[in-house]
Design a protein around this ligand. Structure first.
Ligand code: DAT
Ligand code: MG
Length: 148
């Protein structure tokens, strides 16, 4: 998910491009203005953290939408997290998205599911309707994904 700061800063294309160029397949995408309830649900595992209220406010105050996406391909959850870089951009490797574009933990531009379980939960939350995930085969799929 591209967060409000990533949207405001015009990073949508650059972030999508990184996943596309790696060879991953986009199976769902939408802009959403998250409600407070959706932001709270999305970050429910952090509800006891001191920064939780301001995080939720920031995600849901309407200053910019978020871009929710589902990407598919080999090891995409773990690789996606690696492409994002560390949560604190000051610890993120310079080749990562956060390491290239961000300097503040509160404005780290992008969210990525951190496990199969959280991906399932988050996909279900942001794409709840039947038919929102598109099954398709990129013509280059085997050129990217085949082990031989
Ligand atoms: P990540 O986004 O890398 O999965 P997380 O799940 O631990 O990191 O936290 C979710 C978001 O909450 C994170 O992207 C930015 C914010 N956050 C995390 N730790 C924070 C902190 N110490 N102070 C302020 N915001 C923080
Ligand atoms: Mg997280």
């Amino acid at each position: 998910m591209i967060k409000p700061d990533g949207v405001q800063r015009g990073l949508i294309g650059k972030i999508i491009n990184r996943f596309e160029e790696r060879g991953y397949k986009l199976v769902a995408l939408k802009t959403v203005a998250p409600s407070k309830e959706m932001a709270e649900r999305h970050y429910a595992d952090l509800k006891n953290k001191p920064f939780f209220p301001s995080l939720v406010e920031y995600m849901s105050n309407g200053a910019a939408p978020v871009v929710a996406m589902v990407w598919e391909g080999s090891d995409v959850i773990r690789q996606g997290r690696a492409m994002l870089g560390a949560t604190s951009p000051l610890d993120a490797a310079s080749g990562t998205l956060r390491g290239q574009y961000c300097v503040s933990i509160g404005r780290n531009a992008i969210h990525g599911s951190d496990s199969f379980e959280s991906a399932e939960k988050e996909i279900g939350m942001w794409f709840p309707q039947a038919g929102e995930l598109i099954s398709w085969t990129p013509a280059i799929w085997n050129w990217v994904m085949s082990n031989n």
